[in-house]
Design a binder for this molecule. Sequence first.
Ligand code: ATR
Length: 280
Amino acid sequence: MTKQAFVIGHPIKHSRSPLIHGYWIAQHQLDANYTAIDVAPAHLQDQVNRVRNGDYCGGNVTLPHKEAVFALADTVSDTAKAIGAANTLIWKADTKTLHAHNTDAYGFTANLDAQAPQWRSGKTALVLGAGGAARAIIHALVQADYMRVMIANRTRSKAEILADMAPHICSTIDWQQKDIMVGDADLIVNTTALGMQGQPALDISLDTAKPSLIVTDIVYVPLETGLLKQARAKRLLAVDGLGMLLHQAVPGFEAWFGVTPAVDDGLRSHIEADLFGHKE
Ligand code: ATR
């Protein structure tokens, strides 16, 4: 029987997940499919019921359902609990349990492990932004034994809420003060939408950066954001955001279809071709 998985959200048409999973399904010649379904909040329960009926082996969950699925799942992973949101549902047919998980922290970590493995010897991180993506990234930094995480956010009260995730290592700074902390950082992560196509630029100076600073962005349109351009111009290691998107898809695919897919150049070109209209 064809195995089916989905990504649900509202809206959903901009999701790249069908392209990523479709690529892997074709690569491994699986009898499987993965589809994007627009599910309004009022219909979330119906979609979960379809999983419980055995119609799906699970799927990805995006806005606005990332928190609501907690109440509908039987089990929630510690990672999803720590982040306060789930992005992956896994139906365990043998025990008839619906498991909610979050793979964003894994995606962040796996991308840096692949592109900048020395990030693990860093101790101090500067995180820009305090939205949902920042929560997953701070969780990943705690897991990677970072000793100090400074959070700069336009709305400082939101940074303070995030800092409570790991009060022993997190502190907050004013958005206007972020340049002053650049020189202390081993890793800088932009988790805001600034620098994304159609958004204002991220205004930060890397002039005081250590030569070993690693700079990464969750924005991937454009791939080379102003922040990453500035980092490369200063000969710093810069890691784009597309890798996190690709890596976060791995655990779900593995759980639904029983194959561990690779984040390889072919997958990257496939997604870049869609994003930027390149020829593969
Ligand atoms: P996500 O869940 O993808 O992280 P989000 O929750 O909307 O998205 O978070 C967006 C982040 O970008 C927030 O940290 C936001 O700052 P505020 O908490 O002050 O809203 C930040 N952001 C968005 N536009 C910004 C701007 N023009 N200047 C500074 N920060 C901005």
